[in-house]
Design a protein around this ligand. Structure first.
Ligand SMILES: N[C@H](CCC[C@H](N)C(=O)O)C(=O)O
Length: 269
């Protein structure tokens, strides 16, 4: 099998292996995704992305976590796709149709409107998603939202004081989340500034999570805690999330190509 070219990209250190499959179909199974994502025996990434032609948008983007699971949305990955495609683009994803604009060194992506219904997150049973009546140790009463993928967000005094590497997987796999969950812990030093750490479903602690930032701002705004435009500081850097008058949340931030390469997929069967 001929070697296949790929791009190694990242958004604030949330990193991706991107295959441009426009004109050369690529449908990796979970095992191949895991092998390519392995940081010692593969190329290594948090998520793998395949860009395809689309009948309804400029391109289609498919996302897999490094655990091999396909997911509906990846905010930083969507910016990477938008930067790759260039100009103004629409992106068909399993989590919805996105519109994006490439910027110098990154992109802005309209992530649509967040969904707060318990069965849209989804949760295993009806609960008030403004503040779930649940606790895991010192973390309690998170907000929940679906922004193309499922998130809960806890508001704490100091996100770095939370051992997210320990509590994150416990929450991710709690049966109250039938599709598992991405877990954010956030602080709001100001109404237009958030500090956020995310344990990602299927990827663990990442340097940044675009949908996590969108979900955290959406919950904060729903609680009346944040302005329409919020700078979100993640370990890898800052994203700007802006709620438009139509309720759509637009995320802007960097997305870059670290390197390109080729891989002989026969080596990964
Ligand atoms: N872990 C997420 C997908 C990647 C999200 C993140 N990398 C982003 O930038 O939004 C999930 O399982 O829904």
């Amino acid at each position: 099998m001929a070697p296949r070219s790929f791009l190694k990209m990242h958004g604030l250190g949330n990193d991706f292996v991107v295959f441009d499959a426009r004109g050369d179909a690529f449908d990796p199974d979970a095992d191949l995704v895991r092998r390519l994502a392995d940081r010692r025996t593969g190329i290594g990434c948090d998520q793998l992305i395949v860009v395809d032609a689309s009948a309804v948008a400029t391109v289609r983007a498919r996302f897999w976590n490094c655990d091999g699971e396909a997911v509906g949305a990846c905010g930083n990955g969507s910016r990477a796709v938008a930067a790759l495609v260039g100009g103004d683009a629409s992106i068909e994803t399993a989590g919805g149709l996105l519109t994006a604009t490439a910027l110098v060194g990154g992109a802005s992506v309209d992530m649509g409107t967040p969904r707060f219904d318990w069965d849209a997150v989804p949760l295993a049973y009806a609960m008030d998603t403004l503040a779930l009546p649940l606790a895991w140790g010192l973390l309690a009463n998170p907000g929940a939202a679906n922004v193309g993928n499922p998130h809960i967000v806890f508001f704490v005094a100091d996100p770095d004081a939370i051992d997210l590497g320990v509590i994150g997987p416990e929450i991710e796999h709690d049966p109250v989340f039938p599709e598992r969950i991405n877990v954010g812990v956030a602080a709001l030093p100001a109404r237009d500034h958030m500090v956020l750490r995310v344990w990602e479903r299927g990827a663990g602690l990442t340097r940044a999570c675009g949908t996590g930032a969108v979900a955290a701002v959406a919950v904060a705004q729903r609680r009346g805690l944040a302005d329409a435009r919020v700078t979100v500081s993640l370990p890898g850097g800052d994203l700007v999330i802006t709620r438009q008058d139509d309720g759509h949340l637009v995320m802007a931030g960097p997305a870059v190509i670290a390197f390109t390469g080729t891989v002989d997929l026969e080596d990964y069967r």
